[in-house]
Design a protein around this ligand. Structure first.
Ligand code: AMP
Ligand code: GLY
Length: 429
């Protein structure tokens, strides 16, 4: 089969890597990909959001299955367009992708379906939003309704901070249209975890649990990022919590979509805040998490193509996924300055040594080739991912690989997985 993967980050490298291990995959294209992906797939110089260009390419090259990594093309309706041309594609359609594309849509669906989540209000008037903030008090969270590349969320410790965030989004147009409505919501405390499942209508295949690290610096300090590291499994997503997530969150949301005549097909990712035995929804994503995908792909033993194809073809019922019993961990190596402005084109050293690793893979996120050498080309540059007998061992293994790699200004968190050790300790495990 010919497969096209859309996107060019660490998540897409992991998807390409795993698809490449399927005996049924003959050829992989990736648009636009990155230097690491270029070793496994033919790179296509098309942007992930160039929907018309991607349709043309898939028709011309007789692509049998397209797998979409990032959210933007999904919210733009890439799946609807491909299907209109009878092209097979993995991911939710435009309407279903609103679960991620509009935080107001997601929260309102939760309210209607009585899905556990924090209280909230949706506003386009800054006066009304500020009045609400003064009523509910701080801490409180202010979010741009639309996609803002992971930057549209402000966790505000004081009412004044929240008022300022509201002012910047609604009056200052900080995120343009994406911030023309804001969601003001309850600040939830607990441990964050990621629950992902393959979904085809009402059939749900839960994937292994994971956790990521959103903040830029150690000790969960600094600004939010796309994710600085991840590990799998998550100790807080016990079997009983996962059962609850399935019954109280995932199924009611799918039922709510069905009521609106929206069929969900693809990965459904529930970002959760877990406290004791209770999980509440922070957000939904309509795709694999990045870097959660990297830790999952390393543990997945089943053929990814089989799973994705079963999902696209509506045959997911009864399908199971096999996982490596070992744990995995990922450390993201980023450019100096990320998630703020950063420099690119800096030469990366040590990749050759790290790639010989037996129990790990260096997934590329933002890299390019210059005169045959790897250089940085993004904020998140590498996602160094390894297996180990448990999460602390996997983390240790990933850091051993990280130590082999260096470039001017590299920064990464030194405490990936420490939360796992802590939450296991809290449970006396
Ligand atoms: P989101 O993109 O909605 O997941 O928000 C990004 C990050 O902000 C989350 O991963 C959390 O760390 C934090 N966050 C978002 N919503 C809340 C909330 N209601 N309470 C506490 N933290 C939150
Ligand atoms: N790592 C979180 C996300 O992909 O949204």
């Amino acid at each position: 089969m010919n497969v096209l993967v859309v996107g060019g980050g660490g998540r897409e490298h992991a998807l390409v890597w795993k698809l490449g291990r399927s005996p049924r995959v003959e050829k992989i294209y990736c648009a636009p990909g990155n230097a690491g992906i270029g070793e496994l797939a033919e790179l296509v110089p098309l942007r992930a959001d160039d929907v018309a260009g991607l349709v043309r390419f898939a028709r011309e090259k007789k692509v049998d299955l397209t797998v979409v990594g990032p959210e933007l093309p999904l919210t733009l309706g890439i799946v609807d367009e491909f299907e209109r041309h009878n092209l097979k594609i993995f991911g939710p359609g435009r309407e279903a992708a609103r679960l991620e594309g509009s935080k107001a849509f997601a929260k309102e669906l939760c309210r209607k379906q009585k899905v556990p989540t924090g209280f909230f209000g949706v506003f386009s008037s800054s006066e009304e939003a500020k009045t609400y903030v003064r009523e509910v008090g701080a801490p409180v969270v202010v979010k741009a309704d639309g996609l803002a590349a992971g930057k549209g969320v402000f966790v505000c410790r004081t009412v004044a901070e929240a008022e300022e965030a509201i002012q910047e989004m609604l009056e200052g147009k900080l995120f343009g249209d994406a911030g023309s409505r804001v969601v003001v919501e309850e600040f939830l405390e607990g441990e964050e975890a990621s629950f992902m499942a393959l979904v085809d209508g009402m059939s749900v295949l839960p994937l292994a649990s994971s956790q990521d690290h959103k903040r830029a610096f150690d000790g969960d300090t600094g600004p939010n990022t796309g994710g600085m590291g991840a590990f799998s499994p998550s100790a807080v997503l016990t079997d009983s919590v996962q059962g609850q997530v399935l019954e109280r969150i995932v199924r009611p949301v799918l039922a709510g979509l069905e009521e609106k005549k929206i069929r969900y097909r693809g990965v459904l990712y529930a970002g959760l805040m877990v406290r004791g035995e209770e999980a509440k929804v922070l957000e939904f994503n309509v795709r694999f998490g990045d870097p959660e995908c990297q830790v999952l792909m390393l543990r997945l033993r089943s053929d990814l193509l089989d799973l994705l194809e079963a999902c696209v073809e509506g045959r997911l019922e009864g399908v199971r996924a096999e996982w490596d019993s070992r744990a995995s961990a990922c450390v993201v190596m980023a450019s100096a300055g990320y998630p703020g402005p950063y420099q690119t084109g800096v030469e990366i050293e040590g990749l050759e040594e790290a790639r010989k690793w037996e129990n790990g893979v260096v997934f590329h996120a933002g890299t390019a080739l210059r005169d045959g050498r790897y250089v940085t080309a993004g904020g998140r540059v590498l996602a160094v991912t390894a297996l180990g007998s448990d999460v602390p061992s996997a983390v240790q293994e990933a850091y051993r690989m990280v130590e082999k790699i260096r470039w001017d200004g590299v920064h990464y968190r030194k405490d990936i997985g420490r939360r796992a050790a802590r939450s296991a300790g809290d449970r006396g495990a």
